[in-house]
Every structure is written in C-alpha cells, then in structure tokens.
Design a binder for this molecule. Structure first.
Ligand SMILES: C[S@@+](CC[C@H](N)C(=O)[O-])C[C@H]1O[C@@H](n2cnc3c(N)ncnc32)[C@H](O)[C@@H]1O
Length: 190
C-alpha cells in the first residue's frame, strides 16, 4: 500500500472511531504483521469461503488477498456505512456486505454463500454482552463443517470469548507484538 493510502486508511478508521468508539474497539487498524499472522492460520480450500466479520478499513482483508485467497472467496461483513463503502471501493471483486454479524445465518443464506472454511472475527467482543458473543460463536460454528474454526483477535491475553460456557474449544494460536496494541489470535472450534 502507498504511504498516502495508508494515511487515508488510518484517517477513515479514526473518524469512524470518533463516531462509534464502542463498535470500533480500537483507534488504529490492524498492522500488516497481524494481518499476515491471521491469514497464515486460515484453512482455505478451493470452493470454500473465508468470512471476515467487522472488516473495518480492510487490513485483514488485504492480508487474506496477499496470502493468495481468491477475492471471490472472501466475504467481508461490516456494519458501518462509511466503512462498508470504503471496503467496497478498496476491494473490487470481493463480496463486501453491509450487515450485522449477529445475523450471520441470515446474511449467508440471503447471499447464497456455500461452504465456509474459516470465520475471522475482528469484532470488539471484549466486554460485550454474553448474548452478543453467543450469537457470533453459535452462527460462526453453524456456518462451518466439523473441521472449520473461528479466529478472533483481541488485545486481551485471556480468551475474549467464554469458550467453555459456549461449548467450544479454544486455543491461543498466535501472539503478535508488532501491532498497536500487541494482539492475541485465538482459535475456536467444536
Ligand atoms: C476492531 S475493528 C477491526 C477492523 C479491521 N478488521 C482491522 O482489523 O483493522 C472492529 C470492526 O467491527 C465492526 N463491527 C462492530 N460491530 C459489528 C457488527 N455487529 N457487525 C458487523 N461489523 C461490526 C466495526 O464497525 C469495525 O469496523
């Protein structure tokens, strides 16, 4: 990415944070190191989709594309209109959908999206009500076959999602120092 585009990305992200800090959860977009770490964990096979919840300005989406996942197999769901429009313009060929990740079942059915191999969540789940976390994990698990898993990154050293309470297994997959703040990537599966 050109330096000018990086500045623009940071500006779009920061402006949205000023509008709705709670749903942004962070002042800065994820770093390239975090994007690479996440993309490296994704289990993509031809014919399947990778679903990203909370695309923001596309830091993780870019990492998925650089990892070689075809654009048409990447589904990005973003709630906020400004970010949705930014993502749609930034990633032609990728399916960017404006919607609420807590309605994932409906969104996938409506857009006729078939087998999902990995769900990535950049949603700010820390401190969110249990019902929110439950809606995300339950629908992410039901979108995937047995071997599928969900990746969630957060700045907390402990799992941001109460895995046992939600009946899923959790594992710390990566710690990424080169992010602000440093981030943990957690893996959840059945
Ligand atoms: C911490 S930011 C992550 C952005 C980007 N993925 C990154 O890593 O730089 C969280 C994103 O989740 C989006 N978001 C929050 N709640 C959402 C929801 N219920 N459905 C979809 N997106 C949501 C926010 O608008 C924001 O873009």
């Amino acid at each position: 990415m050109q330096p000018g585009s990086l500045i623009r990305e940071g500006e779009v992200f920061f402006r949205q944070w000023l509008r709705s800090p709670k749903s942004m959860g962070s002042v800065f977009p994820s770093s390239r190191s975090l994007a690479r770490a996440i993309a490296g964990q994704v289990a993509w096979q031809p014919g399947t989709y990778v679903v990203e919840l909370g695309g923001g300005t596309g830091a993780i989406t870019q990492g998925l594309i650089e990892r070689g996942i075809p654009r048409e197999n990447i589904i990005v769901i973003e709630l906020e209109t400004h970010l949705f429009e930014y993502l749609r313009d930034r990633f032609p060929g990728t399916r960017v959908i404006q919607g609420d990740a807590t309605r994932l079942d409906e969104i996938l059915a409506h857009h006729d999206i078939g087998e999902v191999s990995t769900v990535i969540s950049g949603l700010p789940v820390v401190g969110m009500p249990f019902e929110f976390q439950q809606a995300i994990v339950r629908q992410a698990m039901s979108a995937m076959k047995d071997k599928g898993f969900m990746l969630q990154y957060s700045y907390s050293p402990v799992s941001a999602i109460p895995a046992a309470k939600l009946g899923v297994k959790s594992k710390l997959a990566k710690f990424v120092l080169w992010n602000f703040p440093p981030a943990h990537v957690w893996k959840y599966h059945r």
